[in-house]
Design a protein around this ligand. Structure first.
Ligand code: GLY
Length: 407
């Protein structure tokens, strides 16, 4: 009898201890984010350019509304509102979200999904502001202008090519999976099934052509605009064509998870779980589960022909943005998975704790962002080991998903 009582007491204490640890972690990180993002708000230049990263002189680095990252700042403010309940963040999120209104008619690349769903999409989710609905529907219409019935995909970029001389006709990048949330949402808002059908077809084509047998993904697949055939497969922002660029793997995981959430089609669930296993079981994943910027960097089997054009790669640069996207996606997957929920939520939590405990910005050098140690585009020598607005966005999203997760 006495033993039963003691065991019961230990269980209750363990549960309370566990939830205290969770609550303390969330509170500490939300408090920190509120201070940092308030500084960023105050540093926004008069022309309304939005925070993106930090400049070499320590000043805020900003971006215009047509940049692919323009929706992340107001999106982070929406998450701060959700996490803190503080009306100040509601007001600031609303104020900065409307700056992106012109994006609803933007057709020049595929990123409208990122831009509008993170800003207006979160706004609608949290406030039910009817004015946001039409913006999302118009944005989906703009995105669909880039869909081809020949390639069965949405075109990502308008041109470009590889460092070793291949020119692209119809490049589709794995990141594009992230734009599909906008199409699913716009279908629900408008009743127009076309957006949803395009999202599903794009995901099916990507599943067929972007992935290797081990479920790692290429970054870019280039299609022939006349025949729809694949012309070539490449990795543009990673180490080499056959390597696994860390953020690309994270975009794929997040994208196929959302496709399963929206369709219930088990092919997408299987794809998401296989990608998660590839990443989490990778021998080169560091113990703290924050990946190197590419899973194969400096691996002799993957050395690119353009190695001499890359920055010096001795430093083991991590990509906190890839970790934040992965953590958030795994929390989503943990709720959807039929048999592996606990496995995914445990991994998501471990990554989140690594980021929140060891990758936070030093407020003396970086008073504007929550996380540090992300990379933008190493092969282009751009944004190496810096804070990035999308690392913060997915970190806050992961915190919000973690908060909602039952113990
Ligand atoms: N979507 C662009 C990037 O991940 O760098």
């Amino acid at each position: 009898m006495k033993l039963k009582f003691i065991t019961g007491l230990a269980l209750v204490l363990a549960l309370f201890g566990c939830s205290d640890k969770k609550q303390d972690f969330i509170t500490a990180n939300v408090d920190f984010a509120e201070v940092q993002l308030e500084n960023a708000l105050k540093a926004i230049p008069e022309d309304g350019r939005l925070p993106r990263s930090i400049k070499k002189d320590g000043q805020l680095g900003s971006t215009g509304i047509y940049d692919w990252t323009s929706g992340f700042f107001s999106g982070s403010l929406w998450y701060l509102y959700e996490l803190s309940g503080n009306e100040h963040w509601h007001n600031e999120a609303e104020r900065t979200t409307v700056w992106l209104e012109p994006i609803q008619y933007y057709t020049d690349n595929h990123d409208v999904g990122f831009m509008l769903n993170c800003s207006f999409g979160n706004g609608l989710r949290l406030t039910d502001n009817a004015a946001y609905k039409q913006v999302l529907i118009n944005g989906a219409e703009s995105l669909c202008t880039r869909y081809s019935e020949v390639t069965k995909t949405i075109k990502s970029w308008n041109g470009g090519g590889t460092k070793d001389g291949n020119r692209w006709q119809f490049p589709v990048i794995i990141d594009n999976m992230m734009n599909l949330d906008l199409l699913f949402e716009a279908s629900k808002l408008s009743g127009n099934e076309q957006y949803r059908n395009i999202a599903i077809t794009h995901a099916e084509t990507t599943m067929k052509n972007h992935f290797r047998d081990d479920f790692s993904s290429y970054h870019v697949v280039d299609y022939d605009t006349i025949t729809g055939e694949v012309r070539g497969k490449y990795t543009h922002q990673g180490y080499s064509h056959e390597s696994a660029w860390a953020r690309g793997q994270a975009w794929g995981l997040y994208g196929f998870t959302l496709c399963y959430r929206e369709t219930g089609d088990e092919r997408f669930l299987n794809q998401a779980e296989a990608i998660a296993d590839y990443m989490l079981q990778h021998p080169n994943l560091p113990e703290d589960m924050v990946p190197l910027w590419d899973y194969h960097v400096n691996d002799p089997a993957y050395v690119p022909s353009w190695l001499d054009k890359l920055p010096k790669l001795e430093q083991p640069w991590r990509d906190a943005s890839a970790a934040a996207i992965t953590s958030s996606a795994l929390f989503d997957l943990s709720k959807l998975s039929k048999t592996n929920g606990e496995k995914w939520s445990k991994a998501a939590e471990q990554i989140l704790f690594s980021l929140g405990n060891s990758y936070k910005a030093d407020p003396v050098n970086n008073p504007f962002f929550v996380l540090d140690h992300s990379v933008g585009n190493i092969p282009s020598h751009s944004e190496i080991d810096v804070p990035l607005n999308y690392a913060d966005y997915y970190f806050l999203e992961a915190l919000a998903r973690y908060k909602k997760l039952e113990n």
